[in-house]
Design a protein around this ligand. Structure first.
Ligand code: NAI
Length: 342
């Protein structure tokens, strides 16, 4: 433990957010670190009160603290306010979305030994929110790809590979069709690759990637994608390793980071106390590493994996019957048995 005090912005979100974030906070607190949570609300209810799903004080809190743990936030389909999640990423300049998908021995899936990291550009592409009606019956959505953002996320992916002992970065594209936009993205990822000669660089067309991932996922290491492809492919990768309940994510900017699960607010199971909090718990592990609390991160990760390995107290999505709370209790009980716990 570093002994440092960490003030962390906490955004519980909506749907299953408060349940899985609440469970995660209990586990983090059991580590005995000096953490102060600064809780702020974002989402639909907040939009009614403040006129925006992400009020200014939420951004101010993350900017001040430099780090946040966030639950999922529901986005209305086809109408209503813009995605609070996308707004947070864009406005805070969280340009890289890192989503590791790793097989866990306890979770039996079609494949073993999957160990992928999706690095997704997080600020532009079709998520620029620029849509308009040209004439009734014809709409246009603008796909924005810039040299600056593509180079920045490209360098991030290679730097991540270098720092984490990864050997291969594969850039994903559809530049055979979108010759200009995906063409520019590729031009930038190629330039970034030249700065990291020890890391192997490959390219793959996104439709082929989908087929390759569901037949032989172990051939990939770091996947580098634009925003939309990254969003879709990371859910696919989650499916390879046990589902959305287990895959964490980090949104990284120059001096700020927001940690959240890959999954959304899961309205189909919200409020029933059955959601799997593992994804948010692993996101908190990533957050603790980002904060330099590597020992605490390792202990928390080991406790989660221990409970999964034991298999007695797992949630329904993983074939068990445990509630969110029972699962968190089991992780906390393991932490209490591990050395260094307070
Ligand atoms: P979703 O990820 O919420 O759920 C997809 C499926 O996975 C559902 O069957 C759900 O029950 C299951 N699932 C997800 N997380 C789970 C967990 N922790 N434990 C057990 N099962 C879990 O995706 P969906 O339904 O497409 O989106 C719901 C809402 O969430 C939408 O409004 C969407 O815009 C929003 N969303 C928000 C995200 C964020 O806050 N970063 C990310 C993705 C979606």
């Amino acid at each position: 433990m570093t002994g440092k005090r960490h003030v962390i912005t906490l955004i519980p979100g909506d749907g299953i957010g408060p349940e899985v974030v609440g469970a995660t906070v209990r586990v983090v607190e059991a580590l005995g670190l000096d953490i102060v949570w600064e809780e702020v609300e974002a989402g639909g209810d907040v939009a009614v009160k403040y006129g925006s799903p992400v009020p200014e004080h939420v951004f101010a809190s993350v900017r001040k603290n430099g780090v946040a743990l966030k639950g999922p936030i529901t986005t209305p389909v086809g109408a209503g306010f813009p995605s609070a999640n996308v707004t947070i990423r864009k406005k805070l300049g969280l340009y890289a979305n890192v989503r590791p998908a790793r097989s866990l021995p306890a979770i039996k899936t079609r494949f073993e030994g999957v160990d992928l990291v999706v690095v997704r550009e997080n600020t532009e592409d079709l998520y620029s929110g620029l849509e308009h009606i040209v004439v009734p019956g014809v709409v246009e959505s603008l796909k924005i790809i810039t040299e600056e953002a593509s180079l920045r996320v490209g360098r991030f992916a290679f730097d991540y590979a270098r720092r984490n002992g990864r050997k291969l970065v594969t850039a994903v594209h559809k530049a055979n069709i979108m010759k200009l936009s995906d063409g520019l993205f590729l031009e930038c990822t190629r330039r970034a690759s030249k700065e990291y000669p020890e890391i192997e660089y490959r390219e793959i067309i996104v439709d082929n990637l989908c087929m390759q991932l569901v037949t032989n996922p172990c051939q990939f290491d770091v996947l580098l994608l634009e925003n939309l492809y990254g969003d879709i492919i990371s859910d696919l990768c989650a499916g390879l390793v046990g589902g959305l309940g287990v895959v964490p994510a980090a949104n990284i900017g120059p001096d700020l980071a927001v940690f959240e699960a890959v999954h959304g607010s899961a309205p189909d199971i919200a409020g029933r106390g059955i959601a799997n909090p593992t994804a948010v718990m692993f996101s908190a592990v990533m957050m603790l590493r980002y904060l330099g609390e590597t020992d605490a991160a390792a202990r928390m990760e080991a406790a989660i994996i221990g409970v999964l390995d034991e298999g007695k107290t797992v949630t329904r999505d993983l074939g068990g019957t445990a509630s969110t709370k029972e699962y968190a209790d089991a992780v906390i009980a393991r932490l209490k048995d591990s050395p260094g716990c307070h």
